[in-house]
Design a protein around this ligand. Structure first.
Ligand code: URA
Length: 469
């Protein structure tokens, strides 16, 4: 569906219109806003018109301070989803969302500040590997992430699976973590990126996620508020991504790179395929355990390689090394030596998490019903469809169907096969962890439908397809 592409004629998203437009000053916009009615702004966007800077500022202000009820915020999100936003509107939205809270600086902490963000995928837990690797290489990483969104997992929900791990830190606590262990992994707070905190949660449950302007503003507002100098974006495309096709994911990547550069953040986007799940695990505890396996050198190859590749790009962009090959070497060295794993232990401990889970993963929550799914025909696995598996994990409880739902960290699916493997009847395709037999049975049907088995093997494609600087 192309509903949310940028439709209106627009000026290109350049650096100058971001940095110097006085209309972006929230303080100026405020004064006009008292008389602005939510219903008029919604109607205007519903009818396909571009919103003014002050209307966008009123919307962001309302999301931040609770001036509009959720149904009006959601109605405007849906209107934006259906009608799109031009590049000027996207720029205004990002800017207002960034300024909805504090914009951090970490000048007092020595070292280059950098981060990575993914547009969202299934079994996409690269952050839990990249953060300790990059920190061990000398990058200071103030990572602000989101919760599960739609059928995709969220870094914060995965971290919450670790007993005691706190993702809601105050700014002084965050800075202290950066000083002590060189990295922190947190969510949007009332102090930093509060508008995204509200809008992200509403989008998750109102079918308004798959929208280029909303994704760009959501991601870049968090990243610009973090106080970083370099950023690597993992922009996914394919069946398991929010943006399915390569041209539109390129459009999203270009929009975010332009916003980053306009704010003086060295930004690179990497376009990566997300048709099959990246790793084997789908579900919060399972993904945390899989990342531990990756840090120990025993994880799935695709998750390991992409995590290390993105980490190397960040290390290079942050200026730690003089070339990308040198960054790759450095990253592999800290990974192979076990130094990154030890850094992860310190990061977990620093944020209140129980580091003993590293030695005993059974300390993480695990649902009681375990079921094995077996192949019903023989042949080669030619596709594993990520999106239905992501939805199945969400239905098991790994994500939310309503805003007030609590996430179940112990449920999920662990695949036992990869695309390209040969299977015989009765071979294991996956293990499911569920709260009830019925849930497990429903998920098992999805696994069987999602693993396509053919007589001949498929041609394998690389995960990274392109980069945008
Ligand atoms: N990640 C985000 O932070 N926001 C989105 O909209 C999608 C992925």
């Amino acid at each position: 569906m192309r509903t949310s592409a940028e439709r209106s004629p627009s000026t290109p998203m350049t650096g100058s219109n971001l940095a110097s437009n006085p209309l972006l000053d929230l303080a100026v916009v405020h004064d006009h806003d008292t008389a602005m009615r939510a219903v008029d702004v919604i109607r205007k966007k519903r009818d396909g018109e571009a919103l003014s800077a002050s209307e966008i500022a009123a919307f962001v202000e309302a999301a931040t301070r609770g001036h509009w009820p959720d149904y009006q915020l959601s109605a405007l999100l849906m209107a934006i989803f259906c009608r799109g936003m031009n590049s000027e509107e996207t720029t205004h939205l990002t800017s207002c969302m960034t300024r909805s809270g504090q914009i951090l600086r970490h000048d007092e902490i020595p070292g280059p500040k950098g981060d990575k963000h993914s547009t969202g995928g299934v079994s996409d837990s690269t952050s839990l590997v990249l953060v300790p690797v990059a920190a061990e290489c000398g990058v200071i990483v103030p990572m602000m992430s989101g919760r599960a969104l739609g059928h995709t997992g969220g870094t914060l929900d995965k971290l919450d699976a670790i007993p005691g791990f706190r993702t809601q830190l105050t700014v002084p606590e965050m800075k202290s973590a950066l000083r002590q262990v060189g990295a922190v992994m947190i969510g949007q707070t009332a102090e930093v990126a509060p508008a995204d905190r509200k809008l992200y949660a509403l989008r998750d449950v109102t079918a308004t996620v798959e929208c280029i302007p909303l994704i760009a503003a959501s991601i870049m507002s968090k990243k610009l508020a973090e106080g970083i100098e370099s950023l690597v974006l993992d922009v996914k495309f394919g069946g398991g991504a929010f943006i399915k096709d390569l041209p539109r994911s390129r459009q999203l990547a270009e929009a975010m790179v332009a916003i980053g550069k306009a704010h003086g953040v060295r930004t690179q986007a990497v376009l990566t395929a997300m048709d099959a799940p990246l790793g084997n695990a789908i579900g919060n505890s399972l993904e945390v355990i899989e990342c531990l396996e990756v840090l120990r050198g025993q994880g799935p190859r695709d998750l390991t390689e992409l995590s290390l590749d993105l980490a190397a790009r960040l290390v290079f962009r942050a200026g730690v090394t003089r070339s990308l090959p040198e960054a790759h070497q450095r990253v592999r060295q800290v990974w192979q030596s076990g130094a990154a794993l030890e850094r992860w232990r310190r990061i977990v401990e620093q944020q209140g998490g129980d580091p003993h889970y590293l030695d005993d993963p059974f300390r993480l929550p695990r649902a009681p019903v375990r079921r094995t799914v077996k192949a019903e025909r023989e042949g080669y696995v030619t596709s594993i469809f990520a999106e239905p598996l992501g939805v199945a994990a969400m239905r098991l409880g790994a994500g939310r169907q309503r805003a007030e739902d609590t996430v179940d960290h112990g449920v999920g699916i662990r695949l036992a096969v990869r695309v390209g493997e040969e299977v015989k009847i009765g071979d294991r395709l996956a293990e499911i962890w569920a709260r009830s037999e019925q849930d497990a049975c429903e998920a098992a049907h999805v696994v069987l439908r999602s693993c396509r088995i053919d007589e001949s093997p498929a041609i394998s494609m690389p995960v990274i397809r392109d980069t945008i600087d």
